[in-house]
Ligand binder design. Sequence first.
Ligand code: SF4
Ligand code: FE
Length: 484
Amino acid sequence: MPTATASSTIVSGADYIESLRGRGLEVYFLGERVSEPVDHPVIRPSIHAVARTYDLALEHPDLATAWSSLSNRRVNRFLHVTESVDDVVGQNRMQRRLGQLTGTCFQRCVGMDAINSLYSTTFEIAGPYHERFKQFLVKMQEANYVIGGAMTDPKGDRGKAPADQADPDLFVRVVERRSDGVVIRGAKMHQTGCLNSHWILVMPTMRMRPADKDYAIVGAIPVDHPGLTFVYGRQSCDTRALEGVEIDLGNARFSGQEAMILIDDVFIPDELIFMNGETDFAAMLVERFTSYHRRSYVCKTGLGDVLIGAASLAADYNGAAAASHIKDKLVEMAHLNETIYGAGIAASHESHKTAAGNYQPDDLLANVCKHNVTRFPYEIARIAQDIAGGLVATMPSQKDFENETVGPRLKKYLQGRAGVPVEARMRILRLIENMTLGRNAVGYLTESMHGAGSPQAQRIQIQRQMNIEEKRQLAKSLAGITEP
Ligand code: SF4
Ligand code: FE
């Protein structure tokens, strides 16, 4: 079990993969216990995506590490508490690059956004939490661990608050208070990268009333705690990874990961508790977290770069690259993609300093960024499928191409522009399928819709901050209206 004391530092992606081995996690997939997630063909590509964050830090320390005055050393940017506007902007630049390199969700931003929002919130709650949290963070930075942020509860009846649910466990809650800590129970949904993490930070998912005191709990739990069970989420086309083929996977190396975490009476000692009953601060934490996380979704522009490249290649392999409508569609895709990035990076550039001293992105622009993400990847994916042609969804399998009877005939009839190998055409169409219909459509599309809050959550924040009264005054002034 990882402890709060680091024994050795994880440096490379290979070190990271080894650090996940032999933890005895209770993981279920397709109704069966997974003996070693690291070696499971469906799970392994999600581990590779996180491993890439470590290797990027070695290849490009300026992009993926930062100097931390908290622990007086360079730390992985995913574990860094922002100390300047540039630090917040640097997160977005790193996220776009990792999206380009993996074509999927690399899972580590949830922890980054959780530590930054908790850093400022624990400071404002006062009491012992902020000092405890800093000590915890220094240990995470020294070991270079992956932290998963666990926020989303099952929520049961959406019309009822946590304490009013028929089953009180539908939001994570304290079920027992001891002299040296608390015992919690509940579940967390759609937890990105949770079994690829070393620690998870459990946090409340929404505003709390005084009656919800037992639900206002924040604490750190090692992922290999025996009270945790993980049920792996199915992804479209996931079992292709069990077929012994590579081309049909589209992106064989990388995938995202979401799982449900069942929390069965887990004890959290005092030193790992960072909020305990302060219901007034639950909304502050959620809003600060979502503000970071909604502009973190510029990650999807890295995936957009991959998809635009794939669409361009598909047209080229078909011999259609010179068609004016193809060029125009590629411009449309780029325009949508850069519109997402523009809002996200602007939110980071407009960061302000919190009372605790770290930097928090502009909330209105962060919400605009994420709201664009709930729409534009779908349009980019639509255009990619348009350019790719119907073969993206009807192409025979790799095994058919390898079959000695039909394979040669498939290669004869599925050739495109002269000089382009049929296999290159297959591979690029499978990549487009992967990102728009297959495993990585979970990350590129549905996660874009619901991750960090569904579209309506952003509209509520935009409405709160659009300052309609100021806009009315501007209009009145120019129109020459003077009465109140
Ligand atoms: Fe990071 Fe994007 Fe994945 Fe969220 S969806 S963890 S922001 S890569
Ligand atoms: Fe997410």
